[in-house]
Ligand binder design. Structure first.
Ligand code: CMC
Length: 426
């Protein structure tokens, strides 16, 4: 039987249908309210489903994350990032032939037009790579605008392949430019993660020499970040895309949203925080700062809007993190000891327990990346690479069905009508 919710405002009763989910919570369909002249109020979208989607399912209370129905733990253990990207984009895992042709397509799109590479010369050396990446992705529209028909499914898929293929190259160029080093061209013989690492840390003219441990850790980080349903950056991509703008511009908007320390910038912020704490003896002082309502300081890498028991990505990342620390022999590094003490105190402290604040993926990914020697300014860039398949899949999903321009309303709390006074009268 179809469920309904009845609301009464000013004596007038309206019935709202309840839409059934295949997994998780059903939602009250409030679309009919506008006809009654009623709007809902939900800053930060805490209670609002902005769309329907078939891509990713999260149960924050049970700590479940699935891409297209596959549990993240199984994908992290058995798959690789390009296979996961295919799954997200197409809805099914690829057959061997489909996988081969997808990988070939990605490798075929990795290069960046020689003239376009000059865009990096406009950026100051030492600039944060995220600032350059956003601009460079947006700039891709200048190369592909004319040949991208967003109403054509094939064009949308080509755009998706291009973005997944080119983001490691652009990210590595941003990194190399920041350090004043020569770019390294993509290498078809390497895996996705190896190629990215080689383009960042290799030396032009020398044969690739990428650590298999670091490449495997990187690929797992990419998989764990590949999608996360309607998070801030994905919602930004959908919102920008709903105006029918060029897809590269919509993705660039997502990159900007991801950069913030409350979102993808948290992995970098975790390391900044650990550096600021500096020594195990100061951990308690910082935990107290985080608990102090008069202090804006928050423990970076703790808490999540959706996960209220544990973050399943953090669980996978935690295991991988400890394995990497042991393998690299850096468990005793002072900063990592600070991290371990912080995690222990926060897990035992009633403030964090009552508010269900657990270490999130950024806590462990930040520490893992630090342990394998990745420079801090690349942390959020790595999140960006990982999230690209998710963003473009959501954009494609939205454009594949009828959609409306995203245009929220507001609760106006400003002045009522008043008459203008000339300058001399004020
Ligand atoms: N340290 C200290 N207190 C915190 C923290 C924290 N990291 N996070 C939340 N709280 C407190 C907050 O002050 C509030 O307390 P009270 O109820 O007394 O007012 C309570 O916990 C609820 O917090 P909230 O701000 O209402 O929660 P939210 O869902 O709006 O925010 C969050 C979620 C992730 C933005 C927030 O927890 C945060 O800023 N964490 C640190 C940044 C971080 O690690 N972000 C990465 C998120 S995971 C990667 C991703 O998916 O993007």
């Amino acid at each position: 039987m179809t469920q309904k919710v009845t609301i009464t405002i000013d004596g007038k009763t309206t019935e709202l249908p309840v839409l059934a989910a295949t997994e998780g919570k059903n939602v009250v369909d409030v679309r009919g309210l506008i006809a009654e002249g009623i709007f809902t109020y939900d800053p930060g979208f805490l209670s609002t489903a902005s769309c329907d989607s078939k891509i990713t399912y999260i149960d924050g209370d049970a700590g479940i994350l699935m891409y297209r129905g596959y549990p993240i733990e199984q994908l992290a253990d058995n798959s690789n990032h390009l296979e996961v990207a295919y799954l997200l984009l197409n809805g099914e895992l690829p057959t061997p032939t489909e996988y081969e042709s997808f990988v070939a397509s990605i490798k075929g799109h990795q290069d960046i037009d020689q003239n376009f590479q000059g865009i990096f010369n406009g950026f100051t050396q030492g600039a944060h790579p995220m600032s350059m990446i956003g601009a460079a992705i947006s700039g891709l529209a200048s190369l592909y605008h004319e040949e991208t028909d967003i109403d054509n499914a094939q064009d949308r898929m080509t755009t998706a392949h291009r973005l997944i293929a080119k983001i490691p190259t652009l990210a590595a160029m941003a990194y190399k430019h920041g350090r004043g080093e020569a770019f390294i061209a993509p290498d078809d013989s390497l895996s996705y993660a190896e190629n990215f690492l080689n383009m960042c840390f290799g030396t032009a003219g020398e044969a690739p020499n990428v650590s298999p441990t670091i490449a495997a850790a990187m690929d797992k980080i990419f998989i764990l970040h590949a999608d996360h349903e309607q998070n801030a950056s994905t919602s930004t991509v959908r919102m920008a895309g709903s105006t029918d703008c060029n897809p590269y511009a919509a993705i660039a908007a997502g990159v900007s949203a991801l950069w913030g320390p409350s979102h993808g910038g948290a992995n970098e912020a975790v390391l900044d925080m650990l550096n600021e704490i500096g020594d195990e003896s100061r951990v308690e002082e910082f935990v107290n700062k985080a608990k102090d309502k008069n202090d804006p300081f928050k423990l970076m890498g703790f808490g999540h809007r959706v996960y209220k028991n544990f973050d399943p990505r953090a669980t996978v990342m935690q295991d991988s993190c400890h394995a990497v620390l042991a393998e690299q022999g850096v468990e005793d590094e002072p900063l990592l000891k600070v991290a371990q003490k912080l995690e222990k105190i926060a897990r035992e402290d009633s403030y964090f327990i009552e508010r269900k604040l657990y270490p999130n993926i950024d806590f462990y990914s930040g520490i893992t990346l630090k342990a394998v020697g990745i420079p801090t300014e690349l942390f959020t860039v790595i999140f960006t690479l990982g999230r690209m398949p998710g963003w473009i899949t959501h954009w494609n999903e939205m454009l594949s069905e009828p959609y409306k321009i995203a245009r929220p309303r507001q609760l106006y709390l400003g002045e009522s009508k008043r008459d203008f006074k000339n300058l001399a009268e004020r």
